[in-house]
Design a protein around this ligand. Structure first.
Ligand SMILES: Cc1cc2nc3c(=O)[nH]c(=O)nc-3n(C[C@H](O)[C@H](O)[C@H](O)COP(=O)(O)O)c2cc1C
Length: 406
């Protein structure tokens, strides 16, 4: 049967409200029970749009990148379409697609998503197109796992000793590399110290990945420089003992991430934002510190990074962390206060809704990323809106269940 319209995607694009965008409810909506009442004035900032370069997020509650270990050879599948779409359909302002390997050996596990080949673009484009239909900003985190590569996917944790993946199961134990030949711990492969040629190839791979992200239609690219993966490994003196221009001083340890940022910025369109996720501290004496993060944020801003996404840890098993609601927010707040030329996002146990609101309202971050909360409840944006008494649009398909329970 011929479709009713030439392009049904176009049809639904025009039909859908932008779920998650604050709207003043009509009297009819209030009377019919589809809205609780008028919005608070002023509107909580977390539900105010944020424009970065040429891209506007309709709210500041964003889905944090989360590896789903659901790919073969790096390809996006129907899982990724359904998974990322659900957040867009339910109002997330920005959805950051999980860490995607810029090289095959830059994946964490054999089941990680990839963006090292042009063949990956069509599958990603399909995910982006659907998220765009619901007005979500589509981001992708581009990543290299470094010495934490060739490990088992999350679902296999605890089923084998350690985390090493072998060649028989799709791993690349002979091609794990990092700044220095120091393993994360006994459960991970010992990396080979990277040559200057390999460092150059990685930088080019990040730029090529950004070019593919643009071809797939993404609005935002985030560099993964956190959690003990390659770029973080170069930053931290705990994992980087090099004696060449990529190791030693702060300037040398930050060289790779700056070269990557600059290379990406050269190919990534001017109107599109570039983010960088950093681990703001190693939580280990003698490691990367919050003061280092401030200094790096200043340099990255000069290289064209628009937002620093402030996570922590992941580079040393000795890390002493006491996770609690909002425990990483002070790092975002410090960067925001000391480096006004860059925006910041906060992440990590951002609950309850009032903490989400206050983090942005009180200027500790420009936006928040939420991870596990969205896995528990893909409608989290709508839930937070309700809890804060803010009326937001719902997608047309779902809006009649908004407040009525009978
Ligand atoms: C299953 C899972 C996968 C994750 N994968 C990534 C990833 O690909 N990139 C990243 O930067 N952080 C990753 N993280 C960390 C989250 O993005 C987030 O920073 C962390 O879960 C803390 O936020 P939350 O308390 O809101 O979950 C992952 C977390 C989880 C639970």
């Amino acid at each position: 049967m011929a479709p009713v319209t030439a392009d049904p995607h176009e049809f639904f694009q025009t039909q859908n409200a932008a779920p998650g965008a604050a709207v003043e409810p009509s009297e009819a909506d209030i009377a019919q029970g589809f809205a609780a009442g008028s919005n608070p004035s002023p509107l909580p900032k977390v539900f105010q749009p944020l424009t970065i370069r040429g891209v506007t997020a309709k709210n500041r509650i964003w889905v944090s990148p989360m590896c789903m270990y659901s790919s073969q050879d790096g390809f996006a599948t129907d899982f990724h379409l359904a998974h990322y779409s659900q957040f867009a359909m339910h109002g997330a302002g920005l959805v950051m697609v999980e860490a995607s390997g810029v090289l095959p050996e830059g994946r964490i596990s054999p089941n990680c998503l990839g963006i090292w080949a042009d063949e990956h673009v069509p599958g990603l484009r399909r995910v982006v197109r659907h998220m765009h239909q619901y007005g979500a900003v589509a981001g992708i985190q581009i990543a290299h796992s470094g010495r934490k590569g060739s490990t088992i996917p999350l679902r296999l944790y605890g089923t084998r000793p350690g985390f090493k993946e072998d060649a028989e199961h799709g791993g690349w134990p002979d091609n794990v590399y990092g700044p220095s030949a120091i393993a994360y711990d006994d459960g991970h492969h010992t990396p080979a110290e990277m040559t200057a040629e390999q460092i150059g190839a990685v930088t080019r791979a990040f730029a090529d990945a950004a070019r593919r992200a643009d071809a797939a239609g993404f609005d935002v690219v985030e560099l993964h420089a956190a959690h003990g993966y390659l770029l973080h490994e170069f930053l931290s003196p705990l994992s980087n003992r090099r004696t060449d221009k990529y190791g030693g001083s702060f300037e040398n340890r930050t060289r790779l991430v700056r070269e990557v940022a600059a290379a990406v910025r050269r190919v990534w369109p001017r109107e599109k934002p570039l983010f960088a996720r950093v681990s703001s501290t190693d939580w280990v004496e003698g490691g990367w510190t919050a003061a280092d993060t401030v200094a790096l944020a200043r340099l990255l801003a000069a290289d064209g990074v628009d937002l620093v996404d402030c996570s922590t840890g992941g580079n040393d098993p000795r890390q002493a962390i006491a996770p609690a609601p909002g425990y990483q927010v002070p790092f975002a707040a410090r960067v925001r206060a000391e480096v006004p030329e860059v925006l910041t996002a906060a992440v990590g146990i951002l609950t309850p809704a009032t903490l989400v609101r206050d983090t942005v309202e009180e200027g500790r971050a420009d936006a928040v990323f939420i991870g596990r909360g969205f896995l528990r409840n893909p409608s989290l944006t709508l839930t937070i809106a309700r809890e804060l008494g803010v009326n937001v649009a719902w997608s047309n398909q779902y809006k009649y269940s908004r407040t009525k329970t009978n």
